[in-house]
Design a protein around this ligand. Structure first.
Ligand SMILES: Nc1ncnc2c1ncn2[C@@H]1O[C@H](COP(=O)(O)OP(=O)(O)OP(=O)(O)O)[C@@H](O)[C@H]1O
Length: 307
């Protein structure tokens, strides 16, 4: 039926929000089946879960598998975890799209200062385990705020725990409940039920991040080309541009003649499509940005001669 991704800084009130949302959903008619997926299954202390990158990646991977297994047309799954990485929220969005269900993000928008205070209080009052200062600061610094302009952060409901607290009746929770339980028909415009595409039906979830990397990496290469073209035009050079600013170890891009922005966009779209399609039957797209850039540069060097 739906996937709700709760996100926010450590100790910002996410678990409180998840419980309030679940309770508020239980009061709606007909009562949906609601399940909170959280980190408690880990039987590890908070600090061990986020001790280093491998531990954190492992946590995200296990949660993602659990979410993937739990999604269905009949229940609402609430993910109570930091969900602080944009790429990870994108992966969860892909899972919801693959399942053909509703999706939304509920952000506990508390600032670092409040989270530090609440964490300190939790420590002093023995209200459950608190984050060590080093881990708390690291997580606060790495939080990637949701942005409703991203498909994977939309619709976005924002709680302001430091101003209004978190309650079943909080406006953001009431709005989320309305969105999640609204009946839809062919005329409904404001509720989006994600539709699976060939890519999301067939691609494995591990590929979602690869596609995200690919998207970003190809955009970066395209921007470099446009920049090099602008620079060389301003220097009065227009015969041949060499883009070398991608960094050491990358092939250069020879542009004999002028490639326009629409042509570049078209090439990028085709490349994304081809790479996505080949990943369905062959190897998955590259998972790191550098390999994705290299692949795209090779493709451009082959194609630009034919433009
Ligand atoms: N608006 C608030 N005012 C005062 N204290 C708050 C507020 N919101 C949360 N807290 C306190 O912060 C602590 C953490 O709350 P909660 O467990 O809901 O946050 P969390 O984001 O899920 O934490 P974690 O990142 O550890 O999972 C609790 O002790 C709670 O009382």
């Amino acid at each position: 039926m739906a996937l709700v991704v709760i996100c926010g800084q450590p100790c910002s009130g996410k678990s409180t929000a998840a419980t309030c949302l679940a309770d508020a959903l239980q009061e709606s008619e007909p009562k949906p089946s609601v399940r909170i997926v959280n980190e408690s299954a880990f039987h590890l202390d908070r600090n061990q879960r986020y001790a280093d990158m491998p531990a954190e990646k492992n946590l995200r991977g296990v949660l993602r598998s659990e979410i993937d297994r739990s999604l269905s047309k009949d229940s609402i799954i609430i993910v109570d975890s930091l969900n602080n990485i944009k790429g990870y929220r994108y992966e969860l969005w892909c899972l919801a799209r693959g399942a053909g269900i509703r999706y939304c993000v509920l952000h506990c928008d508390a600032g670092g200062l409040d989270c530090r205070t609440w964490n300190e209080r939790r420590r002093e009052e023995g209200l459950g385990s608190s984050y060590d200062d080093r881990i708390l600061e690291d997580l606060i610094g790495r939080f990637e705020r949701p942005d409703s302009r991203n498909r994977w952060d939309s619709p976005l409901f924002e709680l302001r725990p430091h101003l209004d607290g978190i309650r079943k009746s909080s406006a953001a929770i009431a709005d989320a409940v309305a969105y999640l339980t609204k009946r839809v028909d062919s005329k409904t415009r404001d509720v989006k039920i994600l539709q699976p595409t060939i890519a999301t039906q067939s691609a494995h979830t591990t590929q979602a991040n690869s596609l995200y990397e690919l998207d970003r990496a190809t955009l970066e290469v395209m921007n470099e080309i446009v920049k090099a073209q602008t620079d060389s035009a301003s220097m009065g050079l227009n015969k041949r541009n060499v883009v070398s600013s991608l960094g050491p170890g990358f092939p250069t891009i020879d542009i004999s003649g002028t490639v326009t922005l629409p042509q570049l966009r078209r090439l990028r779209r085709t490349f994304m499509k081809l790479t996505g399609q080949s990943s369905l039957s062959g190897p998955p797209p590259p998972t790191d940005a550098d390999s994705a850039k290299r692949l795209f540069v090779d493709y451009l060097n082959r194609e630009i001669g034919n433009v």
